[in-house]
Ligand binder design. Structure first.
Ligand code: AMP
Ligand code: MG
Length: 420
């Protein structure tokens, strides 16, 4: 295959470019090179902001906390009055969260104070209630306290004007709360990424009616809807398309006219009814279409018009693996975010794992603890790329590098936990 158009310069610079068997890491880097600049912005209500992406840096308009607060239940006083401790101080009043002490304390006085109450009245030290002896309207305090003790100072968490969140930050529950804590009710975000979704195959039937002979239910569109839903993109559901070249061509052109990215499943290998790659060659540009991985060997990536095209394999497990290994990060970049790679770590395999050198394998694994409390991993059993229940049982991928052969029980393997 000759790379065409604007891909040419990038691809020509790669001396080991092989679109027929792309190593996993190279495929990731290559996709990154083609991802376009961020999208237009819009202003939305904070309550609608979950899973959106900040389009501007957020600077704190205030100190957090806004004033000096007590971090403990206890007694607030002027530290200078503890000079001759142990000493007795007279309780001049009290302060609760939301109800500050409004007076000024005199010499030898203190204020009963609760956690979260404003420090006021000239106090500069809070002694926790466990450290005082109360006797009617006076408290007895031992020595050894320092100025500022048990006081959260204004601006201690966030100073007014400091950058709290950077442009490109995904808005998760913590960011929702953080933005609310700073008083924001509207925020600038990138518009939602539009992703067109379609299945291919004459054998596909939609769930909801008894399965006809020789058919299978279209499950891929539902796993993809789920994974896209978690990312917070706008899904344009184009349904299932037959294995018919003109229909598929029309569907892909229609999708490219409306969406920032297109995701198809099936029809991407080299069977007689597999038109996806041929069509991508005809109406778009192909960057690669086979990756040295298992499952997920046929995976086409390219562009149709301005739209990024991901032609995922048909096998249900391969769909989830390729989405999670390539498409998720790519869509994050298109959404204006930095990719957030899933943290990987190493753990002992509880069992022997069969593996033939040559391709990177993403086996479905279950992380658990052995009788000594040590983390171990085992596979979910059968690793056929059609066994979707393996993805449901698994809580991680066991990532076996291309060069790796069989893994003996007790040896260490790399795992990538599922975050959701
Ligand atoms: P293909 O790459 O089109 O040959 O598909 C590979 C395998 O995945 C075949 O067994 C297909 O029946 C199956 N498959 C393709 N699309 C879907 C889908 N949408 N849902 C479930 N299985 C599918
Ligand atoms: Mg097919």
């Amino acid at each position: 295959m000759e790379p065409q158009g604007y891909f040419m310069s990038v691809l020509a610079a790669l001396d080991d470019y092989d679109p027929n068997s792309m190593p996993v890491e190279q495929a990731r880097l290559l996709i990154r090179k083609f991802l376009a600049a961020p999208l237009e912005q819009e202003s939305i209500n904070l309550s609608d902001a979950l899973r959106r992406t900040l389009a501007e840096d957020v600077l704190s308009p205030m100190n957090v906390p806004p004033h000096d607060y007590s971090a403990m239940d206890g007694y607030a006083m002027r530290h200078a009055d503890l000079e001759n401790a142990p000493c007795k101080l007279k309780i001049a009043g009290s302060a609760f969260a939301g109800h500050a002490y409004t007076g000024r304390i005199g010499e030898g006085e203190c204020v009963r104070i609760m956690t979260g109450s404003l420090i006021s009245g000239g106090c500069d030290c809070v002694v926790m209630q466990e450290d005082v002896k109360v006797d009617g309207a006076t408290v007895e305090i031992a020595g050894g306290h320092r100025p500022g003790e048990n006081i959260r100072l204004a601006g201690e968490d966030i100073a007014c004007g400091a950058t709290v969140l950077a442009r490109g930050q995904a808005i998760r529950p913590a960011e929702m709360g953080l933005l609310a804590s700073l008083g924001f009710s509207r925020i600038a975000v990138y518009r939602k990424l539009k992703v067109a979704l379609l299945s291919t195959g004459d054998e596909l039937q939609q769930p909801g009616s008894p399965l006809a002979a020789g058919r299978i239910y279209d499950s891929n569109r539902y796993t993809l809807m789920g994974m896209l839903g978690e990312l917070g993109v706008e899904v344009i559901d184009m349904g299932a398309v037959r294995d018919d070249r003109p229909s598929l061509k029309a569907a892909l052109l229609d999708a490219a006219g409306q969406a920032d990215a297109i995701i198809s499943s099936g029809g991407v290998s080299v069977g007689e009814a597999d038109y996806v790659k041929q069509l991508l060659d005809e109406i778009g540009e192909v960057v690669f279409w086979k990756i040295a991985m298992k499952p997920g060997k046929p995976l086409a990536y390219g562009k149709i018009g301005a739209s990024h095209f991901f032609g995922l394999p048909g096998n249900p497990v391969a769909v989830m693996v390729t989405f999670q290994q390539f498409v998720r990060d790519a869509l994050c970049v298109l959404m204006g975010q930095q990719p957030r790679p899933v943290p990987e770590f190493q753990v002992a395999s509880a069992e022997r794992i069969r593996k033939i050198p040559g391709r990177t394998e993403f086996q479905r694994g279950i992380l658990s603890h052995d009788e000594n409390g040590r983390l171990i991993v085992r596979t979910t059993g059968g690793q056929g790329s059609g066994i979707l229940s393996s993805m449901s049982k698994a809580n991680c991928f066991i990532v076996l590098p291309a060069a790796q052969g069989n893994v003996e029980a007790g040896s260490v393997v790399q795992v990538q936990p599922f975050l959701l």
